[in-house]
Design a protein around this ligand. Structure first.
Ligand code: ADP
Length: 246
């Protein structure tokens, strides 16, 4: 059975269809990237899964439970945004603890949970700093710790690396993959960057104009593109990008 299952999901703003007939399943512990050009509906789809944008129809199920109309904080979904979305007037510690104050974990001590989340993202020692005293990569690791501290059932990452320079992007990409695999976290990673998708994913869902036009492993997408759009969007990265490691 799939851990996350989406059926016939659709969303419009007035006359504009943002996405339509979205269907997919993601296994527990799988990392899927949602890849596609700007404006194809990736962010809106991710926000709909998190409950931040109401859908017009369809169903979202996690571990068999229908969460389509559940409040965002009750879904057990952690989300990380491109813009970090940290509170500038709170320390690293308080930013991470905020996730738990919104959703207390029965039987788990707040301090121990925050410590563990900061260890995971290798920010032990930075507890008393403010976001303004951190680099972009460090800020994004705080945002990741805040999402992880509630032990989410699903992790959603919306272009989390796009604001960072190439070197930091590569190392944080690897770190995200390691944490995701260690925690066996079911994850959707949104990107418009083909290389990122090809190197990071168990599977890629390629989107265009509000539909998933092809899904498969990086190898399948790269070697057997189902349409000219897919072939031209994926381009011709060197074959050594198709190894499993990020
Ligand atoms: P992507 O993440 O792939 O760049 P988005 O999901 O941000 O795409 O946007 C998909 C389409 O939905 C775009 O045409 C965008 O203009 C439109 N859209 C997104 N949010 C809104 C909104 N709040 N009101 C109206 N149109 C929107």
């Amino acid at each position: 059975m799939f851990h996350l299952e989406v059926s016939q999901l659709h969303k419009s703003y007035g006359e504009t269809k943002v996405f339509e007939g979205i269907e997919f399943g993601i296994r527990k512990g799988e990392l899927v990237t949602l890849l596609g050009p700007s404006g194809c509906g990736k962010s809106t789809l991710l926000r709909a899964l998190a409950g931040l944008t109401p859908v017009d129809g369809g169903q979202v199920r996690v571990a068999g439970e229908d969460i389509t109309w559940q409040e965002p904080q009750k879904r057990g979904i952690g989300m990380v945004f491109q813009s970090y979305a940290l509170f500038p007037n709170m320390t690293v510690w308080d930013n991470v603890a905020f996730g738990l104050k919104m959703k207390p974990q029965p039987g788990r001590e707040l301090a121990a949970s925050v410590k563990e989340a900061l260890e995971l993202v290798e920010l032990t020692g930075f507890e008393r700093r403010y976001p303004g005293e951190l680099s972009g990569g460090q800020r994004q690791r705080v945002a990741l710790a805040r999402a992880l501290v509630v032990r989410p059932r699903i992790l959603l990452l919306d272009e989390p690396l796009s604001a960072l320079d190439a070197r930091i992007r590569r190392s944080l990409r690897q770190q995200i993959r390691e944490i995701q695999q260690r925690l066996e976290l079911t994850t959707i990673f949104v990107t418009h960057d083909q290389e990122e998708a090809l190197t990071l994913s168990d599977r890629i869902f390629l989107m265009n104009k509000g539909s998933i036009v092809q899904s498969g492993t990086p190898e399948q997408i790269y070697t057997r593109p189902a349409s000219e759009f897919v072939a031209s969007f994926i381009g011709s990265p060197p074959m050594n990008l198709l190894t499993k490691a990020p």
